[in-house]
Design a protein around this ligand. Structure first.
Ligand code: HEM
Ligand SMILES: [Ca+2]
Ligand SMILES: [Ca+2]
Length: 322
């Protein structure tokens, strides 16, 4: 019953409690919720290993816009300007059908109980675990928004060519610090990016028609074959080419070697901010340290401005408000 979670967890971030969210939220109302999520994920990821990455990213793009409220799942309507049309999401964000499949199964077993926002959070955790990453106790009880924010999606989600200051500022606005920025960027240990997201680094990083000097030479040559100067914008390259479907710390090792794919990846090391530079090195050295911090940061990100109590609703269909 939704009445389990109450109180108003105003604001975002902070480290302590889950803003009224509880790991046991569905203990009586839908005890099978995580089993159902994981069983759908197993099939989806077997069909297409990249899906784990896509679902992890979906939760990030939800939480950074109005908090983790499934605003990202709403389609265009008379009252909704869909976030799916934003610069970071258009032609890029994916996994919606898997969320629909999970929602449909849950509506059969426990109708009207599990929010779309919690499904997205559970899918992100399940995808991490099924890819070999850490597990964590996930606070639940988020409710779904009746609104979306296309401008929020355009403004709050960092672009791939961000400077380190850019990244720190945009994370800080969500209550996330440098340790969260570096560990969560480690989500790029799985999945891919389109040529358009890294092309600038290959051909014109600083408006001087030169490549990014921090790009390792051989990697640079390889990337040019995937991503030519003109055309090929939708060609894809793994974010962590050493292990694109395994959740491990090789993403950080590659950064140390000048083989991070996005500017936003490489500047964690080269951006002249001691804290992030040091953490890249620590996580490259010590995978368990990365896993621990990633789990903590995912809980923190998942706690951004949830709708609880009588706020929001539990959508029947994740694409539309009730
Ligand atoms: C730090 C700032 C971040 C920036 C600038 C950034 C940027 C990007 C970009 C540009 C892509 C490729 C999109 C495309 O070309 O279609 C991408 C993919 C991805 N991002 Fe991020 N990201 C950031 C943080 C995060 C966080 C916090 C997570 C999750 C914890 C995450 C998880 C992913 C995943 C898993 C993919 C691959 C998705 C797929 O293969 O479908 N990213 N990111
Ligand atoms: Ca949202
Ligand atoms: Ca990896």
């Amino acid at each position: 019953h939704p009445g389990l979670g109450f109180g108003w967890g105003g604001g975002s971030g902070g480290s302590g409690g889950g803003h009224g969210l509880l790991p046991e939220y569905y203990l009586y109302s839908c005890p099978q919720v995580n089993d159902i999520v994981v069983s759908v994920l197993e099939q989806a990821i077997e069909r297409e290993p990249r899906m784990a990455a896509s679902l992890l990213r979906l939760h990030f793009h939800d939480c950074f816009v109005q908090g983790c409220d499934a605003s990202v799942l709403l389609d265009d309507s008379a009252t909704i300007a869909s976030e799916k049309r934003s610069q970071p999401n258009a032609n890029s964000l994916r996994g919606f059908e898997v969320i629909d499949e999970i929602k449909a199964k849950l509506e059969e077993v426990c109708p009207g109980i599990v929010s779309c926002a919690d499904i997205v959070a559970l899918a992100a955790r399940g995808s991490t675990v099924l890819s070999g990453g850490p597990n964590w106790e996930l606070p639940l009880g988020r409710r779904d928004s009746r609104t979306a924010s296309l401008t929020g999606s355009n403004n709050n989600i960092p672009p791939p060519n961000s400077t380190i200051q850019n990244l720190i500022t945009l994370f800080q606005r969500q209550g996330l610090d440098e340790a969260d920025l570096v560990s969560l960027s480690g989500g790029h240990t799985i999945g891919v990016a389109r040529c358009t997201s890294f092309k600038q680094r290959l051909y014109n990083q600083n408006g001087n028609n030169q490549p990014d000097a921090t790009l390792e030479r051989n990697y640079y040559q390889d990337l040019k074959t995937v991503c030519p100067r003109s055309g090929g914008d939708n060609n894809i390259s793994p974010l962590d080419f050493a292990s694109p479907v395994k959740f491990d710390n090789s993403y950080f090792k590659l950064i140390l070697w000048g083989k991070g794919l996005l500017t936003s990846d490489e500047v964690l090391l080269t951006g002249k901010v001691g804290k992030t530079m040091n953490l890249v090195k620590v996580y490259a050295e010590d995978e368990s340290h990365f896993f621990q911090q990633f789990a903590r940061s995912m809980i923190k990100m998942g706690n951004i401005s949830p709708l609880i109590g009588f706020n929001g609703e539990v959508r029947k269909n994740c694409h539309h408000v009730n």
